[in-house]
Design a protein around this ligand. Structure first.
Ligand code: HEC
Ligand code: HEC
Length: 397
């Protein structure tokens, strides 16, 4: 059920795990493959939906430098038919982009083209792609496309079973969600932040995924590129790592296994990284305004939020609901304050709830990006405080 949110929202939701499948072509075979256009492609039987999916991990180069910020697009090449560039991705700082190809008949040869700021910078042809495989592809500007390796996509039972909604909640105060003790010292990676001057927080805050990777999942390339939350750490969205690699990274390099998170929780977090870390640019503009239709957000707000936050958003939710865990006298962190001050945090909390409270998760209701953008636009327009009800509605972001 949750999977469909990510499918709508994400440009590449991989519900697949890839590892050594045993039967895949060797590196040298694949190296040759791009030149042998006439060779039949392998047609290995793969399980379920894998037969209609492939993943291409592109590395784009010019001279010896990676090409970042380029849009790379793929089309099947079918003789006598005009190319149709249906699958695309953006290269990151390392010149890498991950493009998931999903179609009825994936296996075949592909063309690729790249552009930056709308200007074409390269094109390639004769790229072999097999259904059920991940290929690593070098695209040198002005050179020939080259497949450097390929591995079979296989599904892991743990990853399939994992829960995106719990994973999204863990991105917030994971110790509350998982019921383990709150860390008191700094996260082991905190000392490594490239910018140590901007963000001087300490203690458990340094253990929040969001503190290092941002509510927009873009780390130093997003809202935390400046300001008091800047660490210089990268984002998680668009990672080219496999589910197993992410799981291992979280368990070991991030130390979350030792900090008490169970394997189940770590698989949930992994699933969230790959399927729940949406592209917030789809719903929030550069100025921080939700791009949805304000009027369209009223009905969902009235349905899902009014009971606790009040029609004007100014009710203390701890008072509204008896037996609500926690309490907050003098509460003024109203939904509209969060929505305006930090729309990226807002979209996350609306999707995954507020750890430790009984605020429901809209992720569980399969909220679409459009509905999320409408709800955000509506909440941003609510009065900022009791005093401002008659005056200016908006607060500063
Ligand atoms: C103290 C800061 C910090 C915290 C907290 C943190 N991370 Fe990370 N994360 C990092 C650093 C540093 C890297 C490594 C960047 C590199 O070397 O590629 C990283 C890398 C990652 C990557 C791989 C990104 C890529 O591009 O492949 C993922 C996924 C990730 N973290 C997820 C999480 C999740 C989920 C949580 C919370 C459960 C979390 N991180 C908490 C600092 C942090
Ligand atoms: C069952 C009651 C309940 C419902 C329904 C509910 N919330 Fe909440 N919400 C809470 C509680 C309790 C908090 C915690 C307040 C706190 O910790 O400061 C909260 C916190 C929030 C926060 C974060 C405030 C912060 O401190 O970061 C936002 C944003 C928010 N709610 C928005 C919404 C929206 C939008 C809806 C409807 C989609 C909604 N809530 C539905 C109970 C609810």
């Amino acid at each position: 059920m949750l999977k469909s949110i990510s499918v709508i929202v994400m440009s590449f939701a991989a519900s697949a795990m890839w590892g050594c499948g045993g039967e895949h072509a060797t590196r040298s075979q694949m190296d040759e493959a791009h030149g042998d256009v006439g060779q039949p492609l392998s047609k290995l039987a793969v399980r379920g939906h894998m037969s209609s999916e492939a993943v291409v991990v592109v590395t784009m180069w010019q001279k010896d430098a990676p090409v970042s910020g380029a849009r790379v697009e793929f089309s099947r090449s079918i003789a006598g038919r005009a190319p149709d560039y249906q699958w695309s991705g953006m290269t990151d700082d390392m010149g890498r982009a991950r493009v998931e190809i999903a179609a009825k008949n994936v296996t075949g040869y592909y063309r690729a083209r790249a552009s930056r700021d709308g200007i074409g910078i390269g094109s390639w042809s004769s790229i072999p792609v097999n259904a059920g495989y991940m290929v690593m592809l070098n695209l040198p500007i002005g050179g020939k496309a080259r497949v450097t390796s390929s591995s079979m996509l296989t599904e892991s039972a743990e990853f399939t079973r994992a829960n995106v909604a719990t994973g999204g909640a863990l991105y917030d105060k994971w110790w509350v969600v998982a019921g383990v003790s709150e860390p008191s010292d700094e996260h082991p990676l905190w000392a490594q932040r490239p910018d140590k001057a901007s963000n001087t927080r300490s203690g458990s805050t340094t253990h929040l995924c969001k503190e290092c990777h941002g509510w927009d999942y873009k780390g130093v390339n997003g809202a935390y590129s400046t300001g008091s939350h800047r660490t210089g750490f990268p984002g998680i969205r668009g990672t080219t790592k496999s589910p197993q690699e992410i799981f291992d990274l979280l368990k070991n390099a991030h130390g979350f296994g030792a900090l008490g998170l169970s394997d189940t929780a770590l698989w949930d977090a992994t699933k969230f990284v790959l399927e729940g870390a949406i592209d917030t640019d789809q719903i929030i503009d550069q100025a921080g305004a939700f791009t949805g239709n304000r009027a369209g957000g009223k009905a969902p707000y009235d349905r899902s939020c009014v009971s606790c936050h009040g029609a004007d958003g100014l009710t203390n939710p701890f008072d509204a609901i008896p037996n609500q865990p926690g309490s907050s006298p003098g509460y003024d962190h109203y939904p509209q304050v969060v929505a305006n001050d930090n729309p990226w945090e807002f979209q996350h909390k609306v999707r995954f709830g507020q750890p430790g409270t009984n605020m429901p998760l809209l992720a569980a209701e399969n909220i679409t990006p459009t509905a999320l953008a409408n709800l955000g636009a509506y909440v941003q327009s609510l009065p900022a405080s009791v005093a401002s009800q008659k005056g200016v509605a908006e607060v500063k972001r």
